[in-house]
Design a protein around this ligand. Structure first.
Ligand SMILES: [Zn+2]
Length: 276
């Protein structure tokens, strides 16, 4: 029996006349399967194209040129898994996936799960963008503390939403996300606030998606979190994120994130400054 339930479709994504998987075809078929069968209520109206290539940075460059936006640096392994990202302008998104990851979608070994979960996670960002972009376009310019806390709250929210939405059959449980958060908290400084928020989002989203509590699932990481600047706001983050998740399609403005901004502001304020 095959390890990967999607291995049966491998013949559909081969380079003509070879037994090699074509990464672009593999990615396109995976997106069709996810939007058609895995998560059919996801709103992907903004999805304009998918892109892949052996050179991940130049695939990002091409997608950015298509959308007329400056190319972002490729995501590292901490932010966005280093293998996939969404490039966005005001109205459209392109999902970019490293070819090395795209070909494992239809391989018959354990890595299929990471690949499918990653693609689903990125598509979930597009669902989120569908609601957030129109609200951000009409929002007043952020000033003062808000200019610091909004990007942190949005990073926390975005990764929470994408990870919670993509948990389930294609995901392998919250272990990896918790390990990442634990590592970051053990080296915490103000400069890593954004990464800590992203990692918190992954961990909280993965736990929520599987209806697990941190204490019950991983007492050692729970102790690290409770002793860190996240400890005092962790439970309030859980309930605030849960409320935001349930109401995303009805958000009236980006100020829906205001309570989350207060919570991340408290965390950021308690992180030690970077050592000189
Ligand atoms: Zn993400």
């Amino acid at each position: 029996m095959s390890v990967n339930p999607f291995y049966q479709f491998r013949h559909e994504v081969l380079e003509p006349g070879t037994s090699r998987v074509a990464p672009g075809k593999a990615l396109a078929l995976a997106i069709d399967i996810i939007r058609g069968h895995v998560d059919p209520t996801m709103n992907l109206a903004r999805l304009h194209a998918s892109a892949t290539g052996p050179d991940y940075a130049s695939a990002i460059q091409r997608a950015s040129e298509m959308l007329g936006v400056p190319a972002r640096a490729p995501t590292t392994s901490v932010e966005g898994r280093g293998m996939a990202m969404v490039v966005s302008n005001q109205t459209r998104d392109i999902v970019v996936v490293h070819a090395g990851l795209a070909i494992t979608l239809f391989e018959d070994h354990e890595s299929w799960r990471v690949a499918w979960h990653t693609v689903h996670h990125e598509l979930a960002h597009i669902h989120d963008n569908e609601y957030k972009y129109p609200l951000a376009a009409t929002a007043p310019r952020l000033q003062g503390d808000d200019a610091v806390t909004f990007p942190l709250a949005d990073a926390l929210w975005s990764e929470y939403h994408a990870e919670r939405r993509s948990s389930g059959d294609l995901a392998s449980g919250p272990e990896m996300q918790l390990e990442l958060l634990r590592d970051l908290l053990q080296a915490n400084t103000k400069s890593s606030a954004k990464l800590i928020m992203m990692a918190s989002g992954y961990a909280l989203g993965a736990l929520a998606g599987e209806s697990k509590s941190l204490e019950a699932f991983d007492p050692a990481t729970a102790a690290v979190v409770r002793a860190s600047p996240l400890g005092g706001v962790w439970d309030r983050m859980i309930s605030e994120l849960d409320k935001l998740y349930a109401s995303l399609s009805r958000w009236a403005g980006i100020w829906e994130l205001a309570d989350l901004m207060d919570l991340v502001g408290a965390v950021q304020g308690a992180l030690p400054p970077e050592c000189a």
